[in-house]
Write a new protein. Structure first.
Length: 192
């Protein structure tokens, strides 16, 4: 579901968010430019090291696909699925592991790809879990970072965009499993 990147689109479906207005926050072109820049940075850092790139499902799949296509290094991919939201727009405060990785990361370089880091709860949990397996290194890439609210135990290695504390959709990010296919980042318009 691509868009013309215009303000004035609405959240699809019913429920508490159905019909709410969205406003454009980051254009498709800005995203693609930044993804290419991040891929170049990662390619330079991991030249000939063959990292395992772990995408956090479901939200990171579009970002990760674009990112790995732009890499100039050998790599493997795997996925993990965690949840701290359910169908709400704020974190439940508890992280649940829904699907674990299948790769053995012991003694390997690991790059974790996330769509958005807001509270930091999920990414802090995942970092501790991965480090228990004894990788050579673990680095983190995120398209979006809510710097004002993220409580992190470490620094994120590659950040696409820092954004304010607003609920966003598109480019893999959803609201109650809808709107992932938008080709830009949109914010849920504040209700008056």
């Amino acid at each position: 579901m691509a868009t013309a990147q215009l303000d004035g689109i609405k959240v699809l479906g019913g429920g508490p968010f159905g019909g709410r207005d969205l406003e454009l926050m980051i254009t498709r072109d800005a995203i693609q430019d930044r993804v290419r820049e991040m891929a170049a940075e990662i390619s330079g850092r991991y030249a000939a090291r063959g990292p395992i790139i772990i995408g956090i499902l479901n939200g990171s799949f579009i970002f990760m696909a674009d990112l790995v296509r732009a890499l100039q290094i050998p790599f493997e991919v795997d996925f993990i699925k965690l949840s701290s939201y359910g169908s709400e727009t704020s974190s439940s405060g508890t992280v649940r592991l829904l699907k674990d990785i299948s790769a053995d990361i012991t003694g390997r370089d690991v790059i974790v790809v996330e769509d958005i880091i807001d509270t930091g709860l999920t990414i802090n949990f995942l970092r501790r879990r991965l480090e228990e397996a004894g990788p050579t290194s673990v680095s983190f890439v995120t398209l979006l970072l809510k710097d004002d609210v993220a409580k992190l135990d470490f620094t994120i290695d590659h950040v696409g965009f820092k954004i304010p504390n607003r609920y966003v959709v598109g480019y893999g990010l959803d609201i109650d499993q809808q709107m992932r296919g938008l080709d830009a980042i949109y914010a849920l318009k504040e209700q008056e």
